[in-house]
Design a protein around this ligand. Structure first.
Ligand code: CP3
Length: 336
């Protein structure tokens, strides 16, 4: 059903999954989290597979997303990234000069990220074709945000500053990230993922003009390289202004956040592309009956076809499991 919606084929109800559904809020995940640090969970195929499959059995979405992180790419490029408990990503030596960009080695995604492809193979076996598996990468701009800023940020002004002070070096860095990301995603498809999502979580921090310089062209390269071997979903948070242009790049679907309504999203994206979104993740804190009526309203707005029900960004860590399940159930129960 998920793959049909990506192809634009008719479905009886929209498929549903939730961004960041693997981990974060599930009690069984918290148990594993207490035992193994973050990148151990990512690098151990059996653990990554177990976490990926958890929400499928406990919540029942129509697609699985591999447990991993977008930051395995800078690691593969030789940039150290730590995941500090209660802090998030931390880069001890962030990229701050053009020389540091020039010094980044051209590592091979095939070699560096073998553990991801192994995790995909184990996960596919565990899923037993019950639901398709989504593989993902961060957009080059979003990866650059962490590589330059060195940590999470509300504004990522050091990363933006790098683009504006050293545009040439910024483009070299973005191209290096793009090249390894394309190799990585090709290997993920070979290993068995059924669709690819590119997360441009910090795209919306750029003005439309800067977005067209520093983010979109690199995502378009990725789409161009992958679209003939796998459907591609592009989620640009805060990038409503790019929906129209993206609809012409060969993507199968475009993610939308909750700052626009279904009608606006459809008007911007046109009717030839599938849309995915856009329930406010914090709205999962509402009482269950309200979640259910809001989901119905959302589907009424987007329509059943060319639509994948999802949140407008990742699920929050403090969402009660029964509320997450109510969201998924509401989509499955949908009747006009
Ligand atoms: O459904 C899933 O959870 C699949 C796996 C997944 C993770 N990260 C696991 C994770 C995915 C798809 C991501 C993507 C990711 N990682 C993004 C893009 C999506 C988005 O939410 O915008 C970004 C920006 C990151 C970078 C990142 N990783 C941050 C900022 C953090 C800390 C804050 C947090 O909890 O999200 C992480 C850590 C991380 N990645 C966790 C998980 C389950 C939580 C830490 C832990 O489990 O120890």
């Amino acid at each position: 059903m998920f793959l049909k919606a990506l192809k634009g084929e008719e479905v009886s109800r929209p498929p549903v999954w939730m961004m960041r559904q693997a981990g974060r809020y599930l009690p069984d995940f918290m148990k594993l989290k207490a035992k193994y640090d973050f990148f151990t969970r990512c690098r151990t195929p059996e653990l990554a597979a177990e976490i990926t499959v958890m929400p499928i059995h406990q919540i029942g979405p129509d697609a699985a997303i591999l447990f991993s992180d977008i930051l395995v790419i800078p690691q593969a490029m030789g940039i150290d990234v730590e995941m500090r408990p209660d802090f998030g990503p931390y880069v001890p030596n962030p990229i701050r000069t053009p020389q540091m960009v020039a010094d980044i080695p051209q590592n091979d995604a095939k070699v560096e990220l073998q553990y991801v492809y192994d995790a995909i193979k184990v996960t596919k076996q565990m899923l037993n074709d019950e639901v398709p598996l989504i593989g993902f990468a961060g957009s080059p701009w979003t990866i650059m945000c962490y590589a330059v800023e060195g940590r999470g940020s509300k504004t990522f002004d050091k990363a933006k500053g790098f683009c504006f002070q050293y545009p040439e070096a910024a483009h070299v860095l973005l191209q290096k990230i793009t090249d390894i990301t394309i190799d990585y995603l090709k290997e993920k498809v070979k290993a068995g993922v059924d669709a690819i999502q590119v997360f441009d979580s910090w795209g919306g921090l750029l003005s439309p003009a800067d977005y067209n310089k520093f983010s979109k062209p690199y995502i378009d390269q990725i789409t161009g390289a992958i679209k003939d071997i796998s459907p591609v979903i592009v989620f640009g948070k805060g990038c409503w202004y790019a929906l129209d242009d993206y609809s012409k790049t060969g993507v199968s679907a475009l993610g939308v956040d909750w700052t626009l309504n279904p009608k606006m999203a459809r008007q911007l994206a046109g009717d030839k592309v599938t849309l995915q979104g856009n329930f406010d993740p914090a709205r999962l804190l509402s009482p269950i009956p309200e979640i259910k009526s809001m989901v119905k309203e959302m589907i009424d707005g987007f329509g059943v076809n060319r639509y994948i029900a999802n949140l407008g960004h990742g699920i929050l860590p403090h969402i009660p499991v029964d509320h997450a399940k109510a969201f998924v159930d509401a989509v499955k129960e949908y009747k006009k």
